[in-house]
Design a protein around this ligand. Structure first.
Ligand code: NDP
Length: 515
């Protein structure tokens, strides 16, 4: 079988050149799609301006009703969508169903919570400005450009698309060149449900994404690798276009000595190998307390032994969707083994020409590629630690900071609070991504900004503050009629309000760590 190159050949077709999306399982053409250039992208953004004007003028309730109608169409055609995801990414049908289901859940939450979190609300005006009625609301930005990856082509972009739409924006979506059909499917069903193309799609390669960054959109929500994220930021900087960057990760699991080891091994295996390891919040490193290291490792290897990636219909693991990633996975495993690491399962031979078998590595140096860089394959390093504090230190010794996992009966929350990552699952794995009211995003090389939850809704808005005078102020502070007497009164008032506290109050003993 030949493996297609990540830059697929293009063809002339009518007014457009086109490119093919291919099945990573068979190499067969799934469909052809337009290769949208700069002018097409500019036209899409221009058309989206009209949609934004209409959509933004609707009430929250009117938008919610339309988004719920779209949600219904997607749900009723879930099997069709999952099949398309399976064709374009190669992931098992069940995994495609799961990611689409979670995307639908987020859409439902965003549609029904936007009014509560974005609608105008009163805030305290304070004693100095007691004559003012202070309110704030969160207004849509206009047109949001969403650039998505291929690994979760429904769930991941939906984290931006649903929240941006619910906040009142129009969206122009550039899906990955590997999954353009999924993007088109989402835009087509939206139009069918809502009657207008408030969500539209441009397809193509990286240049199409770059054109979207320069097309005058009001914000870009990018999900993809850290390296591309930097290019997106640089392009957006030219026009001061704000960005959300959801980039890669190197997530760790910490297993404490009192953990439920069977559950920890099960979660580690699923976190590391589901979607063939191609998950931004996938488990790539594990730090296990020395008291339970051997037992945990035994359980993990035993559970992993039955897991195989192949092209059979019921295979739990699919292929590596992006062929060039095979070289990265091979290099990380090779580097780990060359530097004294051992493969308890898988290893150098685990990387085939489309599939990678589960690989468990131990004794791998902390500065090796398999521990420091995003591998994006079904591989995991497991290390023994003397204390939980050492596990936390090694977990945090990464440039990334997306997700993390803790297994501990007594200290789960305490450990979670000390990990420098945007999200942590305690006694579960990647659970935070499926809770729509929790913000999703990272720190450091994992990016910035948030999707999901109230923070995700506000990410696609600007705060609009209004101070309305209710009655004339006793002290004319913002007027040239202000006199010396008024200023003395101001000083008296300030002394009364803020003049105390010449000595530090005694702090209680429960000072929280790191605050
Ligand atoms: P890439 O960074 O290669 O691509 C992401 C998107 O950016 C694609 O649509 C790509 O288009 C587009 N793109 C490429 N070049 C440019 C450019 N110069 N300007 C604008 N857009 C561009 O990532 P992958 O698709 O390979 O996705 C995998 C990565 O995504 C991993 O690092 C993973 O960790 C991360 N990820 C992060 C998530 C998060 O929420 N934090 C979630 C899921 C994945 P094209 O495909 O056509 O090249």
């Amino acid at each position: 079988m030949t493996i297609h190159d990540d830059r697929q050949p293009t063809h002339e077709a009518g007014p457009h050149r086109t490119f093919d999306s291919l099945s990573p399982i068979t190499g067969d053409v799934v469909a052809s799609h337009p290769l949208h250039g700069e002018e097409d992208v500019a036209a899409a953004v221009l058309a989206a301006r009209d949609e934004a004007a209409w959509w933004g003028a609707l009430t929250f309730e009117e938008r919610s009703a339309r988004l719920v109608a779209w949600k219904g169409v997607i749900t009723r055609r879930l099997a069709q969508l999952a099949d398309l995801v399976h064709q374009e990414t190669g992931k098992p049908h069940g995994d495609a169903l799961l990611e689409a289901s979670l995307g639908i859940d987020h859409l439902g939450w965003a549609a029904t919570h936007a009014a509560k979190h974005l609608g105008r609300r009163k805030v305290s005006s304070g004693l100095l400005m007691a004559n003012q009625a202070a309110t704030v609301e969160y207004r849509p930005l206009g047109v949001v450009g969403v650039i998505g990856p291929w690994n979760y082509p429904v769930f991941t972009p939906m984290g931006s698309i649903a929240y941006a739409l619910a906040a009142g924006n129009a969206v122009v979506f550039k899906p990955s060149e590997l999954t353009p059909g999924v993007g088109e499917w989402l835009a087509r069903t939206f139009r069918e449900a809502v009657g207008r193309p408030v969500l539209s799609v441009v397809t193509g390669f990286g240049d199409t994404g770059a054109a979207l960054c320069r097309a005058g959109v009001d914000k870009v929500a990018f999900t993809g690798s850290t390296a591309t994220g930097k290019r997106v930021m640089a392009a957006c900087a030219e026009t001061l276009t704000p960005v959300v960057i959801e980039a890669g990760g190197k997530d760790a699991v910490i297993v404490d000595h009192d953990a439920d080891l069977d559950a920890a091994a099960d979660a580690t295996l699923w976190g590391a190998c589901s979607n063939a390891g191609q998950t931004c919040t996938g488990v790539e490193r594990v730090y296990v307390h020395e008291k339970v290291y051997d037992e945990f490792l035994g359980l993990l290897v035993a559970k992993a032994e039955g897991l195989r990636a192949d092209d059979s219909l019921d295979s739990p693991l699919g292929p590596i969707t992006m062929p060039k990633q095979l070289d990265v996975i091979r290099a990380h495993i090779g580097d780990a083994l060359d530097r004294g690491g051992r493969a308890l399962l898988g290893g150098a031979d685990a990387v085939g020409d489309r599939y990678v078998q589960p690989t468990i590595l131990v004794d791998v140096p902390e500065d090796s590629r398999a521990v420091c860089e995003e591998t994006f394959g079904p591989t995991v390093t497991v290390a023994r630690v003397g204390t939980v504090e050492e596990a936390i230190r090694r977990t945090n010794a990464t440039s990334y900071g997306l997700g993390s996992t803790v297994f501990s009966k007594a200290r789960g929350m305490e450990i979670a609070e000390q990990i420098r990552s945007g999200m942590t699952a305690v006694n579960g794995v990647i659970t935070f991504a499926a809770v729509p009211s929790l913000p999703f995003g990272g720190v450091g090389d994992s990016g910035f900004g948030r999707i999901h939850g109230p923070d995700g809704l506000r990410e696609f808005t600007y705060a609009k503050a209004i101070a309305r005078q209710r009655f004339k102020a006793a002290l004319p502070l913002t007027s040239f009629t202000r006199t010396e007497k008024h200023e003395q009164q101001l000083v008296q008032l300030m002394t009364m309000l803020h003049g105390r506290g010449t000595t530090l109050p005694k702090l209680g003993r429960k000072v929280r760590r790191g605050r």
